[in-house]
Design a protein around this ligand. Structure first.
Ligand SMILES: *[C@@H]1O[C@H](CO)[C@@H](O)[C@H](O)[C@H]1NC(C)=O
Ligand SMILES: *[C@@H]1O[C@H](CO)[C@@H](O)[C@H](O)[C@H]1NC(C)=O
Ligand SMILES: *[C@@H]1O[C@H](CO)[C@@H](O)[C@H](O)[C@H]1NC(C)=O
Ligand SMILES: *[C@@H]1O[C@H](CO)[C@@H](O)[C@H](O)[C@H]1NC(C)=O
Ligand SMILES: *[C@@H]1O[C@H](CO)[C@@H](O)[C@H](O)[C@H]1NC(C)=O
Ligand SMILES: *[C@@H]1O[C@H](CO)[C@@H](O)[C@H](O)[C@H]1NC(C)=O
Ligand SMILES: *[C@@H]1O[C@H](CO)[C@@H](O)[C@H](O)[C@H]1NC(C)=O
Ligand SMILES: *[C@@H]1O[C@H](CO)[C@@H](O)[C@H](O)[C@H]1NC(C)=O
Ligand SMILES: *[C@@H]1O[C@H](CO)[C@@H](O)[C@H](O)[C@H]1NC(C)=O
Length: 432
């Protein structure tokens, strides 16, 4: 007798959702206050017991056509999953923000529905597979923020470029077809934050960028060429993430002009030449990742004067000479990774021997005494131990060393078997 057809119990998430839906539909008409987790700041008398739905009926219909539950007033806050947000216009309120997340089925955002929803300023699609969208002009004029993460599967740069009024654009995990980012950006004069990541975007960084950008993230694409001056002229730029592309050339000295920069990642490209001293002129830099490039020369000692720095990753380059960091600088960092630089070494009278940096000790000429032991290369990481060093440094290890993986595997296998057995017993019991 082998496994008979079984009807497994409904998965818990489904139960919870069902319960939630039942709960909200039955409670909202009778209660005027739909259980706010945080009390609204000083406005109890003004919010009188409201009518069932304050949202424009046309928009209610449009939401229903998108399978968004409207049994609870979509304008009541907090809405289910915070999916909707309304303005306060009279007699009917209008939707200003819509977020679709973790959709269980393929969603078609119909032109008609979107036309009725053209008051939306923010549209977010998160883990929500959608058919290609055609935006009505009214929505294009209204839209300020558009996000698609794991949702649209393919978009063209020309299609994105029509969204001229955007201040925030995020497209991630979608194929973005364009001859270069300039196609998308040339008309978006108000843009402040821009993320086009894991999108197989080709071309080079744009030669002209509108000046109010605070965040640029082009990680995980196929961008080529070098960093143009247009980028280093962005006074407001706080975050520049260009990791995992095919960028080349030297890091321009003008990178030091990015006075607002907090986060710089140029990791996993083909940048060459040396690290410019000017990088230490960026006063508020917190996160600096230049790992996995072909940078050579020595590490500028000025880096150790960067007061805000917390994360420093220079691993897997061709850096050489004496690492210019002392124990007190290192102890201020939460992550330091310098491994994978064969000609880099540390001065053992300045840095504790116990720090596992993945580089070897310097001889008196500033050359590595020997290639670092196989051990320190083993996991391709130069993070050090947080053992009790005499200087009391407290660095974090990013990952632990290898042999534990086997133990973990065995543990997982064993616990799966136990779970399976328990599951089978329970199953056989409930069939009786
Ligand atoms: C809804 O938004 C509030 C405030 O932004 C947040 O605290 C809460 O966790 C959100 N709830 C859900 C389900 O996302
Ligand atoms: C969507 O799923 C992710 C991961 O499964 C979860 O973290 C998130 O809270 C979910 N969001 C909503 C609104 O249910
Ligand atoms: C952008 O918004 C302005 C008004 O805020 C409007 O006049 C203009 O037509 C909009 N642009 C597009 C492309 O819709
Ligand atoms: C990018 O291209 C690779 C290989 O061509 C493919 O496997 C991947 O799915 C593409 N990414 C997206 C987001 O389409
Ligand atoms: C950039 O920001 C400044 C100050 O916030 C503002 O005055 C200016 O109009 C903005 N420029 C653009 C092109 O949006
Ligand atoms: C900086 O960017 C990296 C890569 O995108 C991210 O992991 C990190 O959290 C960011 N750090 C800060 C301080 O914004
Ligand atoms: C560093 O790399 C650049 C460009 O690849 C090269 O011109 C230069 O000679 C190298 N410098 C050193 C010290 O190896
Ligand atoms: C460590 O280096 C920093 C900056 O380079 C310097 O200010 C400090 O005095 C040094 N500390 C020691 C103990 O040498
Ligand atoms: C190591 O540091 C000591 C003390 O600061 C110094 O005298 C020595 O020259 C340094 N060695 C190298 C190779 O830089």
């Amino acid at each position: 007798m082998k496994t008979p057809p079984q009807s497994p119990p409904p998965p818990p998430p489904l139960l919870i959702l069902l319960f939630l839906l039942l709960f909200t539909t039955t409670t909202t008409p009778s209660l005027s206050q739909p259980l706010p987790p945080t009390p609204a700041p000083t406005s109890p008398p003004s919010s009188k017991p409201s009518s069932p739905s304050t949202l424009d009926p046309k928009q209610v219909t449009a939401l229903q056509s998108l399978n968004i539950p409207t049994s609870k007033d979509p304008c009541a806050q907090p809405s289910l999953h915070n999916a909707t947000l309304c303005d306060s216009s009279k007699p009917f309120r209008h939707l200003i923000s819509l977020r679709l997340s973790n959709c269980s089925s393929y969603v078609a955002l119909s032109f008609t529905a979107l036309k009725s929803l053209s008051t939306i300023q923010s549209l977010q699609l998160l883990n929500c597979p959608v058919a290609p969208i055609r935006f009505p002009p009214e929505l294009i004029a209204s839209l300020r923020s558009f996000t698609s993460v794991n949702s649209l599967s393919k978009v063209s740069g020309v299609w994105l470029s029509q969204l001229e009024n955007l201040t925030d654009l995020t497209v991630s995990n979608a194929e973005v077809k364009a001859t270069g980012p300039y196609v998308i950006l040339s008309n978006m004069k108000k843009l402040r934050t821009l993320t086009i990541s894991n999108a197989n975007l080709t071309g080079s960084l744009p030669g002209h960028v509108h000046s109010n950008l605070t965040h640029i993230d082009f990680s995980g694409n196929h961008l080529k060429g070098s960093i143009p001056p247009s980028i280093t002229m962005l006074d407001s730029l706080q975050s520049l993430i260009l990791s995992s592309n095919a960028l080349t050339g030297e890091i321009p000295a003008s990178i030091g002009d990015l006075i607002s920069l907090k986060n710089l990642s140029l990791a996993s490209n083909s940048f060459s030449g040396s690290i410019p001293d000017s990088i230490s002129a960026v006063p508020g830099l917190v996160h600096l990742d230049l790992s996995s490039n072909q940078l050579n020369g020595t590490i500028p000692s000025f880096i150790s004067h960067m007061k805000s720095l917390k994360y420093l990753n220079l691993a897997n380059n061709n850096l050489r000479g004496v690492m210019p960091f002392n124990a007190s600088f290192i102890s201020k960092l939460s992550v330091l990774n310098v491994g994978g630089n064969g000609n880099l070494c540390y001065n053992h009278s300045v840095v504790s021997l116990k720090l596992k940096l993945g580089i070897s000790r310097c001889d008196k000429y500033g050359m590595p005494v020997s290639p670092p032991s196989k051990d320190s290369y083993a996991d391709d990481s130069g993070d050090y131990d947080d053992g009790d060093d005499e200087d009391g440094s407290k660095q974090k290890k990013e990952h632990h060393h290898g042999p534990n993986k086997f133990v973990l595997g065995v543990a997982i296998a064993l616990s799966s078997i136990v779970f399976l057995i328990v599951f089978l017993i329970v199953c056989s019991k409930c069939r009786r």
